[in-house]
Design a protein around this ligand. Structure first.
Ligand code: SAM
Length: 283
């Protein structure tokens, strides 16, 4: 019924995705670097830049320091960020760093910025939370509460309507069983005027000579082999490659975001379309 995945039933896909990420959780970060040659770091840095979180955090801090600040309704943070399918925290940590949440936890014990990681897989969250403790200590996790890890499904998020200013999902949408339901739920949890950004593998464009051929050879021969040799798990990495190929094109995703209700939808290709960032606003 949806783009791709016709051969796999919904239940089967959900089970398969859970198993893949439970299998890879402990090796996930090392394998990411290994398989992408570190490129995923650059893609995530670009995603961070495109969100503008550094500037926005600066703005809310100035607002918080000004005399007319009421810290929003009920004292809620002024900038609420949700990273869905946030796994082991890579994107969320970029937000925490860009918004100086650690400094804030040390100096005041409360924060105007909140970053929530949501993922369906408790194994990935466990690895993420342990990484956060090693990286930041207790500050943003316990003292200011500006970083939290929450288990939940992108299709029916455990958050109230209109809770967030920014919603990101990096290398996650492709794994969700019902992409359209996830897009609708993203719209629901955003505040009016909130912004959605999705970083995802996409489809190579024709403007870089030989890129498509090289990428095919790498995907179909090298990745499954690396998965077998390095993580002793060929199947999970075979799934990875297949899920990328079956996922919708740049233009199809634009159409689906618009159908879900997003406005001003557009995308930016990176690395010849190997990945793309799609963005849209909640009216
Ligand atoms: N965003 C992280 C990153 O870029 O490193 C993790 C990406 S990882 C490839 C995909 C993540 O999507 C996994 O952690 C998996 O558990 C999660 N996931 C899959 N289906 C999901 C769903 N329906 N709802 C929420 N998370 C989901």
């Amino acid at each position: 019924t949806h783009f791709g995945y016709e051969s796999v039933s919904i239940d089967e896909k959900e089970g398969r995705v859970k198993k893949v990420f439970a299998n890879v959780a402990d090796n996930y970060d090392v394998m990411n670097d290994f398989m992408s040659g570190g490129l995923h770091r650059y893609w995530k840095d670009e995603l961070l830049r495109m969100t503008g979180v550094k500037s926005m955090a600066g703005a809310v801090r100035r607002l918080a320091a000004s005399s007319w600040n009421d810290r929003g309704e009920g004292g809620r943070p002024l900038l609420s960020i949700l990273d869905v399918a946030g796994g082991t925290g890579d994107v969320a940590f970029r937000f925490v760093d860009a918004a100086d949440c650690v400094e804030r936890a040390k100096s005041s014990g409360s924060d105007e910025v909140s970053v929530t990681v949501c993922d369906i897989n408790p194994e990935m969250l466990r690895v993420g939370e342990a990484r956060a403790r090693r990286r930041y200590g207790a500050g943003p996790l316990d003292e200011s509460g500006s970083l939290r890890f929450v288990e939940g499904n992108a299709q029916s998020l455990p958050f109230d309507d209109g809770s967030f200013d920014l919603y990101t999902i990096a290398f996650g949408l492709r794994n969700v069983t019902d992409v359209d339901a996830a897009l609708r739920d993203a719209l629901r949890v955003l505040k009016p005027g909130g912004r959605f950004l999705c970083l995802e593998f996409s489809h190579v464009t024709n403007d870089v000579p030989l890129l498509a051929e090289l990428y095919d050879a790498y995907s179909f021969h090298v990745i499954p082999k690396l998965g077998e040799v390095v993580a002793n798990d060929r199947d999970s990495y075979q799934y990875l490659v297949e899920s990328i190929r079956k996922f919708c094109t740049q233009d199809e995703l634009v159409t689906r975001m618009e159908a879900a209700g997003f406005e001003c939808v557009r995308y930016t290709n990176m690395t010849g379309g190997i990945v793309a960032v799609h963005e849209g606003w909640k009216p």
